[in-house]
Write a protein that binds this ligand. Sequence first.
Ligand code: SF4
Length: 366
Amino acid sequence: MAGTKTGQFKEIISPYLKNLMNKYKSEKGEKSKEYQSLFQQYIYNPKEKKITNSERSRHYNSVVKIKFQGKNIVGVERLYKRTILLEPTTVCAAHCRWCLRGQYPVQTMTREEITTAAKYMGSDYVKNDVNEILITGGDPLMSQSLLEYCLSQIQIYAPNIDTVRIGTRVPLQDPSRVNDKLIDMLSLYDKFDFEFGINVCHYSEFTKESIDAIKKLRKARYKIYNQHPLLKNVNDDIQTLIKLYDKMRELKIEPHYLFHAIPMRGMSHHRTSVKKGLELSMKLNSSGYFSGRSKPKYTLMTDLGKVVLYDGSILKKDPDSKNILIKTSYNITERQKWVPGWEKPDSVEVNSDNTMNVWYEDGSDE
Ligand code: SF4
């Protein structure tokens, strides 16, 4: 499960991924891009113990912290106007060493908590703004029954929700779980537009089995999109990215975000500089080597939320640290309305027009 009880993010690798790693190791060699792309993503690295003071264990301050109808809201996050998050379980088929949620507390929601969350999402406080839910975790496809319960409660209590996004790496980590039973269950909820966000980082994750799983979801007419981090020694070179995005287009997977790897606890060895990501993004988006319909947005996950970088987004650099100040259009008044209990992080500066800028810790190319 993503998350930890002890502060140590356990190494978990599904049998399918173990077999795939063994196959790449014997067929292509230990130094091959294919083997290394999985090794770097899934095998514990002692460098994870190197923790800097500024690294954090939560990527956003977005948890909805209120009582609703006399009960604490659990497992709900929100940062933006239209989208709300539900995290029914922290269980995953494998642990990605770069996971944002690696330091989250381990948790599986009770049915009562899910019902309360769904009622909150359909309440007068929320319903006029929110029309989209991201069910994430952990991996929602690790428990079909829990996922079905979430869908049933959202359908009953939050009719304002029409788009259901499911954040999952199961098609890449344990593809046999994408089976007829899952599709039959989802088809009971065809009121919703389902979209699956799958986090492919490297083309080596596309195998016969994962492609079959992706095609099964596509055949059921569900949308699939990809967002993923830029990871050192996995995908921080232009040829790998071109191959990944070209393959995504072939499989009709929409590009979404290409994230700069976030300054999470113990993750510095995965992080390139922001500048390197900008250079790669520029090359990628003007290479002409794959369809223009498959271009991602290079994005920072700051303490305020996602910020797509444009010319002028980086306002200044702190000469004494690796921090850079990022301009955003997030508004403090709206943030406080959308996220009950939200507290302004120390990294945030408020401008006279109520927009906010945020300090972000850069990575390194060494
Ligand atoms: S599957 Fe998702 S939630 Fe689980 S460890 Fe990987 S990135 Fe994190």
